[in-house]
Ligand binder design. Structure first.
Ligand SMILES: Nc1ncnc2c1ncn2[C@@H]1O[C@H](COP(=O)(O)OP(=O)(O)OP(=O)(O)O)[C@@H](O)[C@H]1O
Ligand SMILES: [Mg+2]
Length: 463
């Protein structure tokens, strides 16, 4: 039961007229109810439905109601039980309470009595669930607070302005999946956080997951959660990422590395928004938005049969590509200013200036590690700088500024660069061949010829 959801009530009593009346009353009062007259029927409902409250008559013909209560408390520990006893049968009531019943009602009872008992149980259930949620989230909280701070996206280039605009749009459509591509260190996770914290999902979890960092055997239970005892080591019920980020955002980092068997499951969960914990039979609803990111050529992964095309289509409803820093050197100056200010404040170094040679040198540099590299450089420079002015010598560059003949294009042959460009244009246009051709500045026929030549066969046949 989610905190705000209706509670679900199961009634078991052998008197059909009694259960019918109670069922009708509960339905009218806004509860989702199930009415049963035999033990077998009740077990059937408990297996199929997520029941919150079980109203159980302990005097059933042929079975001991207290045994049923005992079994329910073991098999379905999340279900609270109100027992119905006969007038004067205090002994049974005491036994039932000792076995874990939450409350009792003596027959005959008035509707108001049952209403009060249900209200009391609901309050208790809600508290229990709140507590559980707090426990589940506890380990994530300090990290989340820390991460909330780093939410600035600096840049003056038209590309960055477009990205900020796209992120703003994505934040207004909180159910739309977003794919963010770009080299390592370009700020993909940063943009994902900005989208989340500017959307209505902001008060719920932003849950970053790098599936390549989780061992294969744990992948499914990490994503879907598990029921206590479903495998060795499952010592308690546990929520998976899909449930933790209910109403929030699931950030799938480096999706290109996700194992194929998990891809099928992620696709289904993302489409249906229903998941079943490992070892459980009851699916639960969870509402999340997926933002995914990769620094690999995901289209190539699809053509190599390492990534499912249907999942790619599902994930990239909106696509944001962040170009490498070397393709937007005008962003270096504001970024460096921002990082030096941040670190000067952190290390208590007021009044630091930057020599103009620093900008000149950095604007020619290829930044293989992109903005992350620039940020680390700024931190190191401030720590190492002995006076009040940061000089070019405080910024040692790892590769020569003109190591690559054309800035931004790694040294490789023309063919592989062309294949790369065609693939990238297809991803950015969501496989719209006309748009991809426009991006490349060629005609659609020329694009189709190139796709045939390089055997790039994926994408929609017509658009
Ligand atoms: N435009 C920007 N403005 C401010 N900070 C930025 C910007 N771009 C990147 N950063 C900072 O650079 C660092 C790297 O960014 P981030 O982790 O988002 O990169 P990434 O693309 O996810 O990298 P990887 O692919 O390696 O995971 C972070 O500290 C981030 O805050
Ligand atoms: Mg990242």
């Amino acid at each position: 039961m989610a905190l705000q959801e209706k509670i679900r009530i199961l009634i078991l009593d052998d008197e059909k007229q009694f259960t019918e009346e109670l069922f009708e009353f509960l339905q009218k009062s806004g509860f989702e109810s199930f009415e049963t007259n035999t033990h077998a029927d009740a077990v059937n409902v408990l297996n199929k439905q997520e029941i919150d409250l079980f109203i159980l008559d302990v005097r059933l013909p042929g079975v001991n109601g207290l045994d049923i209560l005992k079994d329910v408390k073991v098999e379905y520990p999340g279900v609270e039980v109100i027992v119905i006893s006969a007038h004067g049968d205090m002994d049974t009531v005491i036994k039932a309470m000792r076995l874990g019943a939450f409350d009792y009602l003596r027959k005959p009872f008035r509707h108001i009595d049952i209403q009060i008992a249900i209200e009391r149980t609901t309050k208790y259930l809600q508290l229990q669930r709140k507590l559980k949620l707090i426990e589940e989230r506890n380990s994530l909280i300090s990290k989340t607070l820390e991460e909330r701070i780093d939410r600035q996206f600096i840049g003056v280039s038209p590309m960055i302005r477009d990205i900020i605009e796209a992120a703003d749009r994505a934040s207004k459509y909180p159910d739309t999946n977003v794919l963010i591509t770009g080299e390592s260190g370009t700020g993909k996770e940063n943009i994902a956080r900005i989208i989340h914290y500017s959307s209505i999902r902001k008060d719920h979890f932003f849950c970053p997951v790098n599936s390549s960092a989780i061992t294969d055997s744990l992948l499914e239970s990490e994503f879907f959660g598990h029921k206590k005892g479903s495998f060795t080591g499952a010592i308690a019920d546990k929520m998976g990422f899909f449930e933790v980020c209910n109403h929030g955002t699931l950030f799938l980092d480096e999706i290109a590395d996700m194992p194929l068997n998990l891809q099928a499951k992620i696709l289904r969960a993302t489409e249906e928004k229903m998941i079943t914990r490992v070892g459980d039979t009851n699916p639960v609803r969870t509402d999340f938005r997926v933002i995914s990111s990769t620094n690999h050529d995901i289209v190539r992964r699809v053509s190599e049969n390492k990534f499912r095309l249907d999942l790619l289509h599902r994930l990239n409803t909106l696509h944001i590509h962040i170009p490498p820093l070397r393709e937007r050197p005008e962003d270096i100056r504001p970024l460096l200013g921002y990082f030096t200010d941040t670190f000067a404040q952190k290390f208590n170094r007021p009044g630091l200036a930057i020599h103009k040679d620093v900008f000149r040198a950095l604007e020619k540099y290829s930044f293989p590690g992109n903005v992350r590299e620039l940020k680390n450089m700024a931190e190191r420079a401030i720590i190492l700088c002995k006076n009040n002015i940061l000089n070019a010598s405080d910024f040692p560059l790892t590769t020569s500024p003109d190591a690559s003949p054309i800035a931004g294009i790694p040294v490789a042959n023309l063919k592989s660069n062309e294949v790369d460009l065609v693939r990238k244009a297809l991803v950015s246009s969501n496989y719209n061949q006309k748009q991809a051709a426009d991006i490349l500045g060629i005609t659609r026929d020329a694009l189709i010829r190139k796709m045939k030549k390089y055997n790039i066969t994926i994408g929609k046949a017509e658009n």
